[in-house]
Each structure stands twice: as C-alpha cells, then as structure tokens.
Write a protein that binds this ligand. Structure first.
Ligand SMILES: [Zn+2]
Ligand SMILES: [Zn+2]
Length: 127
C-alpha cells in the first residue's frame, strides 16, 4: 500500500532528523543520497515494497517554502552567535552551518536548511 500523505509527512520529518524509518512497518529504509540540486535522495522499504524520492519539489510542505523574512534571518544569526544550532523557521529542520575563515578575525558564514534550501549569509566576528 502506498504511503499516505500523513505517512509521507513523517518520512520527511524523520529523514531530515536522521531517522530513516518506514512509517508502515517501522523497519529501516534504504537511503540512496542524491547529488542533484534540491534532492536529498531516494528512500526505499524492501519489506513494504515502497519508495519515495525525497526532494524539495516532492516535499509535502513545498507550498510553504519561501524566502526568510528579515526577522527570521536575524533569529538564525542570533542562534549562531549563542552557539545554538539554528532551526529553520519554516520547516523546523536543523540547519547546517558552513563557516570559512577569511580575514584574521572574521568568518564568512553560510547557514543552510537542507530541507527547503533556505540560506542566510553573514560575517561572524571574533574577539
Ligand atoms: Zn516498510
Ligand atoms: Zn527549511
């Protein structure tokens, strides 16, 4: 039986939280990561003979994906300053922080949501 809309929602939430579990049988899903832009990868349950391509365009929340507001950007930067992992305000996924040191005291920081692809760029100052 194909995964229902509700089951698919839980697959997305779980996969982005590193829990790759089948919503029908609770068995682990086989995950084949994709390198394509906007795609996470294909999950597959051999027991239920079910699979799904986890991608931004297939995401049950895709209609809510949008640019961050100015206030949301500030909150993401504030979380990074407090050394807390920023969480995407749209889909509540833990964001990934990429920091690259440029000048002696600065880092160029890119914070990205792996789910909706939202990004915030800013400069982190030390000292
Ligand atoms: Zn299953
Ligand atoms: Zn997001």
């Amino acid at each position: 039986m194909p995964w229902s809309a509700e089951q698919l929602r839980s697959v997305y939430t779980n996969v982005y939280a590193n829990r790759v579990v089948c919503p029908t049988c609770d068995g682990s899903l086989k995950l084949s990561r994709s390198k394509a832009a906007g795609e996470f990868g294909r999950v597959e349950c051999s027991r239920c003979n079910e699979s799904h391509n986890i991608a931004q365009r297939n995401d049950p929340l895709r209609d809510s994906f949008r640019e961050y507001t100015e206030g949301e950007r500030k909150e993401i930067i504030a979380a990074d300053k407090r050394r807390i992992e920023p969480v995407c305000p749209i889909d509540r996924t833990t964001m990934i922080v990429y920091a690259q040191r440029s000048l002696a005291l600065n880092s160029q920081v890119r914070v990205r949501c792996p789910r909706c692809g939202g990004e915030v760029h800013f400069k982190r100052l030390y000292g």
